[in-house]
Ligand binder design. Structure first.
Ligand SMILES: *Cc1c(COP(=O)(O)O)cnc(C)c1O
Length: 403
């Protein structure tokens, strides 16, 4: 088997996404296995001392130690890289490890980062709490406002960071426009593309420099293991991200890489089915007078519907809605569900519902929640793979329990 990542002569470059996700990156061993092998090994033996020396000097391709690289992890990285159309990719133990590694491998004391304030809670911690402790200044802004991005840029701004759609309000950031603003200032654009998935939004084509995934979500898609990845130019990945991962150790385990690799094979089918159900559910909820608001980028009443149509090829599988009343009514709705389970996760085969104000966003002060538009009556639904009619029935029963 070859250890070298595949290059531009790889026939996978000519394949459509679905084909890349089934065959891309496969490293077949001497046994000719159909399904990708799980290389559950920490290290690798060398034929000679000379070979060991050559591997460590990077004069010969091959593996040395699984903190640096592992064949199963390489297969996952290459398959995701082919899907994303990025020059290079490195996997990490979690999505947060990817966010932290991508930013911390690049930024230094004296630098400045501008981020949208509608960020996944732990991402906000990295930018708002961790960065300043290491002398990296951070400015958080309303990511939907292009003028705010422009105004926040300083001479030392090195990184722009946002997610779109954002959790849980599904606000969008205009990737192309913000990338242009960032590049004029010489800053790199880091996009957390978890909610859109690599199937529905292609940040690099829109001008972003680094794309980050929590593979824990749709890429596994069946609630089994944690993982993450960062993708970008060869230069960024080799000079910053890969060295940081190799030296500080947030590496993905081969077992989790194997699960995620197999997850990629079915990603297009799962995301398509989930998006279709999410669309039906969003429309159904919007027709219910007891629901005061439905937030879904695929609906014309989404404040940024035009941008959604421009930069996404699908609307996503998360639907956020607000019930009339506050926490008590929202809790009553959640507690009455029978199929949809209460969980803060998303992207799973199982439909999951969460109350952001008391879980994922409880760390924020009430004013910060208000600034993000997170109300006590807000419910976030991650639509799974169950029958859409069953899910609608479950929601109807839960909404009836409110009043
Ligand atoms: C879940 C999530 C993360 C963090 O991923 P983990 O795998 O849980 O570390 C980061 N960003 C977004 C948008 C997420 O949904």
């Amino acid at each position: 088997m070859t250890a070298k990542p595949k290059d531009s002569s790889d026939p996978a470059n000519d394949w459509a996404p679905a084909t890349r996700l089934v065959h891309g990156g496969t490293l077949r061993s001497q046994f000719g296995e159909t399904s990708e092998a799980l290389f559950l090994t920490q290290g690798y033996v060398y034929d000679s001392a000379e070979q060991a020396e050559a591997r460590f000097k990077n004069e010969e391709p091959g593996y040395q130690y699984s903190r640096f690289a592992n064949p199963t992890v390489s297969m996952f990285e290459e398959r995701l890289r082919l899907l994303e159309g990025a020059e290079d990719c490195r996997a990490t133990a979690t999505g947060m490890a990817a966010v932290n590694a991508a930013l911390m491998s690049y930024l230094s004391a004296g630098d400045h980062v501008v981020a949208a304030r509608a960020l996944f809670g732990s991402c906000r911690y990295v930018v708002e709490d961790l960065c300043p402790r290491f002398g990296i200044a951070a400015t958080l802004i309303d990511g939907t406002d292009l003028a705010a991005w422009k105004a926040a840029i300083q001479p030392n701004t090195k990184a722009i960071f946002f997610e779109t759609p954002a959790n849980p309000t599904l606000d969008l950031v205009d990737i192309a426009a913000v990338s242009e603003i960032a590049h004029e200032a010489g800053a790199l654009v880091f996009v957390d593309n978890v909610f859109a998935t690599p199937m529905l939004q292609r940040p690099i084509e829109l001008g972003a420099d680094v794309v980050i995934y929590s593979a824990t979500k749709h890429i596994d898609g069946q609630g089994r293991c944690l993982g993450g990845a960062g993708l970008g130019t060869k230069k960024f990945v080799e000079d910053q991200l890969a060295i940081f991962i190799r030296q500080t150790g947030p590496s993905l385990s081969p077992f989790n890489a194997w699960v995620l690799l197999k997850g990629l094979e079915t990603l297009p089918l799962r995301v398509k089915a989930q998006c279709e159900s999410a669309s039906l559910i969003a429309d159904h909820l919007a027709g219910d007078t007891r629901i005061t608001k439905v937030l879904f980028p695929g609906r014309n009443d989404h404040p940024q519907a035009e941008l959604a149509a421009r930069q996404m090829t699908g609307c996503g599988q998360v639907v956020t809605f607000c019930v009339d009343g506050g926490k008590e009514e929202a809790f009553r709705c959640l507690n009455a569900l029978r199929i949809i389970r209460i969980s803060n996760n998303l992207g799973d085969a199982k439909s999951l519902v969460t109350h952001p104000a008391t879980t994922t966003h409880q760390r924020l002060k009430p004013e910060a929640r208000a600034e993000l538009g997170i109300t006590d009556g807000m419910i976030r639904l991650s639509v799974g793979l169950e029958d859409a009619g069953d899910l609608i029935g479950d929601l109807d029963r839960a909404i009836a329990a409110i009043s």
